[in-house]
Ligand binder design. Structure first.
Ligand SMILES: *Cc1c(COP(=O)(O)O)cnc(C)c1O
Length: 218
C-alpha cells in the first residue's frame, strides 16, 4: 500500500516482462479521496493523477496545480458531452472516448483550440450491458471514424468485468490496438495492474492501492 510500494511493484512487473523501466505511466486515481491524502502523494513528488468526475476535478486541481506546479491530469470516468469543453481545458488525457457524438464534440473543440488532450477509446471487452465502451467488433470502424474527424487517438482503454480473469481482456485489447496502429494501452487497476503490465499496458490507473479505500459520502 502507498505510492512507494506501488512504484516498486510496477518496476518489478516491468522487469519480469522484460520491458523498459519507463514503459508505464502510473496514474494515481484520486477521485473522492480526501485532500490531505492527495497532497501527501504530491509531496512525495508524484505528478500524474486520474479523476472520474469533471466537476470534482475542476474544484480541486487548479489550486493544486498552482501550489505544486504542472500535474499531468487524466480523465478516466464517463464524460458527458456537455462537460467536454471543461474537460479539454482541464485534462491532458481523456480515457473514455466511447461514442460518436463525443468524438464529434471533441473534434470541434480541438479545431477551436488548435490542440486536443490525448485520447483513449474505451472498449467494452466484456460486452457488459451496464458498462460504457465500444463493442470489440466495432472498434476498427470507430478508430477510423475518429481519425476521419482529424483526431489522433493515442490508444485503447478497458475495465474488465469484475470477478473474471482480466488477462484475456488485456490480451484482446492489446491485439485490437496493435491491428489499428495504436500504441497506448490504458489497462490495469489496483487489483490487476501487474497482469496488465505483463500484457503491455502503457498507462495503469491505480487508486485505492495508493491512497487507501475510497470513502464515498453517505
Ligand atoms: C476508480 C477507477 C480506477 C481505480 O480503481 P482502484 O481499484 O481503486 O485502483 C481505475 N480506473 C477507473 C476507470 C476507475 O473508475
Amino acid at each position: 500500500m502507498g505510492l512507494a510500494d506501488i512504484t516498486a511493484r510496477v518496476a518489478a512487473a516491468l522487469a519480469r516482462a522484460g520491458r523498459a523501466p519507463d514503459a508505464v505511466r502510473l496514474i494515481a486515481v484520486s477521485k473522492v479521496q480526501p485532500l490531505d491524502r492527495v497532497q501527501a502523494v504530491l509531496a512525495e513528488g508524484h505528478r500524474c493523477f486520474g479523476e472520474n468526475y469533471v466537476q470534482e476535478a475542476a474544484a480541486k486541481w487548479p489550486a493544486l496545480r498552482e501550489g505544486y506546479g504542472p500535474v499531468d491530469l487524466h480523465m478516466i470516468g464517463p464524460l458527458q458531452t456537455n462537460k467536454a469543453k471543461l474537460a479539454v481545458e482541464l485534462f491532458d488525457a481523456i480515457h473514455t472516448l466511447d461514442r460518436p457524438s463525443l468524438a464529434e464534440k471533441l473534434a470541434r473543440l480541438a479545431q477551436d483550440r488548435g490542440a486536443s488532450p490525448a485520447l483513449f477509446i474505451q472498449v467494452n471487452t466484456g460486452r457488459e450491458p451496464q458498462k460504457a465502451g465500444i463493442l470489440p467488433e466495432a472498434v476498427d470502424a470507430f478508430v477510423a471514424m475518429v481519425r476521419a474527424l482529424d483526431l489522433s487517438p493515442t490508444g485503447l482503454m478497458c475495465i474488465p468485468p469484475e470477478g473474471e480473469d482480466p488477462g484475456p481482456h488485456f490480451a484482446d485489447l492489446a491485439q485490437m490496438a496493435a491491428r489499428n496502429g495504436l500504441t497506448g494501452l490504458s489497462m490495469g487497476m489496483s487489483g490487476d495492474f501487474e497482469a496488465a503490465i505483463a500484457h503491455g499496458a502503457t498507462h495503469i490507473r491505480v487508486g485505492s492501492a495508493i491512497f487507501g479505500a475510497r470513502v464515498y459520502p453517505a
